[in-house]
Design a protein around this ligand. Structure first.
Ligand code: DON
Length: 593
């Protein structure tokens, strides 16, 4: 382990030791299991998202003859209205598309660092990270990619045209929608919004916040969406670009009109691999998700997981955690923006490498991360003298399958709840703090406690490494499982667990989405579990050398809840389409027909 990594672990441990030890000594609360309804079944198409008006927007497109991409773009714009803490036009994301002809595409609309960004931009004169600078100021804003990405996807792979697919979002912004408790309360309590006077006025009505049951009408956002529907290019080149750059600079941000004009969507080739005879189609860099997922599944392919015990049994959890630990060691050191760094992707995903990793896994005992040694002879040495990436708490996933078998898995994000909190002038939306996903300084863990390498250092026009992992599992040429999740560094393990629950353990798609979560990311050397995780399993794991944390705060004010799997399963025999909306949140919908 390199010196910067050791420093990172020590500083993280110092901050969190108290929290971890109290989590282990206190008797954790036992939460009632999630309701776990049967999945929603349909024949012709399915849209799942965390917010039901947005799911309906997608369904409307499918019923009007649109394909999965039309529906996904409609959902993307609708969530920007109805789920403002994560749905966005001020952020960025990834859309994984698999058309029924078998072709797949990865639309990378991740934010980019502005031209004036530099590796040390968040450091003070003593070279210390300035707390909050990469999360809570306008300097945290990356060039937003969502408008370009959704418009590109619609133009290239959709059928209905932007005006049509944006109509539901414009309607929802103009006429308003009824705020559910969770959205109203996160808007009312957001510290990010409170930080910027304009945002505080706009979203929190200066101390008279919206409540559950209120109608949220957003005329400024409606006007912005109408201008985008007429010509999406205004966001990057037109008068809207001017307004946007001016608003960001007024708040002290770096993004210029030239930065916006230079932004380009990248249509990349997805990564593919094989797991137990299923094809995994997943996210390439600048997502770290796909390659890490492949490495995890490659390691696990050497075990008959089901024989070890049922879903979430101690022996399965142990084996899966050891695969997570090893794959994240590689993730954290090697990965970055493929347009800036060379990565040994072929070696990382090779079955021989996975076999070598497996040889280091004890069948019962934890391998302490501090003693873990990467198998020799496979990879070049990782880049040195870099550091960490910061990640935060708001992102959202939606999935679509249409009647032809086209499938879309999309994850997009503002990074933090309401991004950095800054409002885009009079345009009615908030801006991301995605710059925090870069390495701010060697040895300083990020918001998600990830200790990462210099491959992810800040450079002008570079895209920060992401954990977002939209994924499609294919069987016999047809989509079988379309999945993904928010959750920062936990996204990849949530997606892996979802796939394992369905493919190895035979859970249905809803049971898999609702199954208790567990996560390990190499460093810190802690098994993090959500509040539904069975305590006896933890009790079984601890004597084998695991430090566990039962109640980590992962999603803002809701301790012990992280991730939000919004996934679809297509029955390979009956072709019935089954949608699952994660029951951890209460305002989403699987909408099918
Ligand atoms: O791209 C990433 O990996 C992060 N910005 C995602 C943040 C996230 O998932 C927060 N959501 N709960």
């Amino acid at each position: 382990m390199s010196r910067w990594m050791v420093m990172g672990v020590l500083s993280w441990m110092a901050v969190t030791t108290a929290a971890l030890s109290s989590a282990q000594t206190a008797q954790p609360a036992i939460y009632p299991p999630l309701p776990n309804p049967p999945p929603v079944a349909a024949k012709h198409g399915m849209v799942v998202s965390i917010e039901k008006n947005a799911s309906q927007a997608g369904l409307e497109m499918l019923k009007d003859g649109g394909n999965a991409v039309d529906a996904a773009v409609a959902v993307g714009f609708a969530l920007a209205v109805t789920y403002p803490q994560a749905g966005n036009i001020g952020g960025g994301g990834f859309m994984l598309i698999r058309m029924h002809n078998g072709q797949s595409h990865f639309v990378d609309y991740r934010e980019e660092a502005p031209a004036a960004a530099s590796p040390d931009m968040y450091l003070d004169a003593q070279k210390n990270v300035v707390p909050g600078m990469s999360t809570a100021t306008a300097k945290a804003i990356g060039i937003p990619g969502t408008v370009a990405g959704l418009a590109y996807a619609e133009k290239t792979y959709g059928k209905l045209g932007l005006a049509k697919v944006m109509a539901p979002a414009i309607r929802l912004a103009t006429e308003g929608y009824i705020l559910p408790e969770e959205i109203a309360s996160s808007m009312a309590t957001s510290r990010a919004l409170a930080r910027f006077p304009d945002s505080k006025k706009h979203f929190q009505r200066d101390g008279n916040p919206y409540k559950a049951g209120d109608r949220l009408v957003q005329p400024e956002l409606a006007a912005t969406l109408k201008r985008i529907a007429a010509n999406p290019d205004v966001f990057y080149h037109g008068d809207m670009a001017e307004e946007l750059a001016a608003a960001i600079q007024t708040d002290g941000g770096l993004i210029t009109k030239a930065d916006l004009a230079s932004y380009k969507v990248k249509d990349r080739t997805p990564l593919t691999s094989n797991y137990r005879g299923y094809q995994i189609v997943t996210s390439p860099p600048p997502s770290s998700g796909g390659i890490t997922l492949i490495e995890i599944l490659n390691i696990l392919s050497g075990y008959d997981l089901h024989k070890l015990g049922p879903d979430r049994s101690p022996a399965q959890v142990h084996t899966i955690v050891e695969a997570f630990r090893r794959a994240y060691m590689d993730r954290n050191e090697y990965l970055g923006d493929p347009d800036f760094v060379k990565m040994p992707l072929a070696q990382l995903s090779s079955p021989q490498y996975a076999t070598a990793w497996r040889a280091s896994i004890d069948p019962v005992k934890a391998t302490p991360s501090a003693t873990l040694v990467r198998p020799a002879g496979f990879l070049p040495p990782p880049p040195t003298s870099g550091d960490t990436v910061h990640e935060s708490q708001q992102t959202t996933q939606f999935s679509v399958v249409d009647g032809e078998g086209d499938a879309v898995s999309n994850t997009y994000t503002l990074n933090g709840f309401f991004g950095c909190g800054a409002l885009a002038g009079n345009l009615g939306f908030v801006l991301n703090n995605e710059m925090d996903d870069f390495t701010s300084k060697p040895g300083v863990p990020n918001m998600f406690h990830l200790i990462q390498g210099p491959a992810n250092a800040i450079e002008p026009h570079k895209r920060p490494l992401s954990s977002m992992t939209p994924t499609i599992v294919v069987k016999n040429g047809r989509p079988l499982l379309v999945t993904g999740s928010p959750g920062g560094s936990t996204i990849i393990t949530t997606v892996a667990n979802d796939i394992i629950s369905v493919l190895d353990n035979g859970l249905n798609v809803q049971q898999a989405a609702d199954a208790p979560r567990f996560h390990h990311q190499y460093l810190p050397d802690v098994v993090q579990v959500d509040r539904w995780f069975p305590i006896p399993v933890l009790q079984d794991l601890r004597p084998e050398g695991y430090t566990t944390n039962h109640d980590d705060v992962a999603d803002g004010k809701d301790p012990g809840v992280w991730g939000d799997v919004e996934s679809i399963y297509v029955d390979p025999k009956s072709h019935e389409i089954l949608g699952a909306d994660d029951q951890r949140h209460h305002f989403g919908a699987a909408a099918g027909y």
